[in-house]
Design a protein around this ligand. Structure first.
Ligand code: CMP
Length: 140
């Protein structure tokens, strides 16, 4: 059975452009409930740890630099079938391939600066949420 939580980051490009509010509005209007949220900033080391599954990929070094280049918003979201429904809402990793009306189609600048992150499985949603939020920081 699909889980009911996922994890997202509004990435530095979208935060810097002042698109956080518009993105959060789309997320809430799509039926996701915010159960934990904070604005924060990653160091290059923490970005490297968050994305360590990609450490062999050619884009890893640039990704760590980009993800630590400015503030982000991290949030845990709740909805039935959360992981799959959120990935549909944000669209393809590369905004050039993202469907019309998706968050990345509207707000992403490039395959790297692609506005938002969404977990790719229930297991990773739990790992990624725990990376940012302690038990005490969870409202629900
Ligand atoms: P995200 O869904 O957060 O997961 C990995 C991130 O790496 C991705 O979004 C992009 O920000 C970034 N990235 C940069 N280049 C690529 C690429 N060629 N393929 C996939 N992800 C990339």
């Amino acid at each position: 059975m699909a889980g009911n939580r996922t994890f997202t980051m509004i990435k530095p490009d979208a935060f810097e452009a002042g698109n956080s509010g518009a993105i959060l509005k789309m997320i809430e209007e799509a039926g996701f409930k915010i159960v934990a949220m904070k604005a924060t900033r990653l160091t290059p080391e923490l970005a490297g740890k968050f994305y360590e599954v990609h450490q062999e990929r050619p884009f890893y070094a640039d990704l760590c630099k980009y993800m630590s280049s400015g503030p982000i918003i991290a949030a845990i979201l709740e909805k039935d079938n959360a992981v799959e429904d959120f990935r549909a809402l944000i669209g393809a990793t590369n905004p050039a391939n993202a469907a019309e009306g998706t968050i990345r189609k509207i707000f992403a600048k490039s395959i790297e600066a692609n506005a938002v992150h969404g977990s790719d499985s229930d297991e990773n949603a739990a790992i990624e949420g725990n990376f940012y939020f302690s038990q005490l920081e969870r409202v629900l």
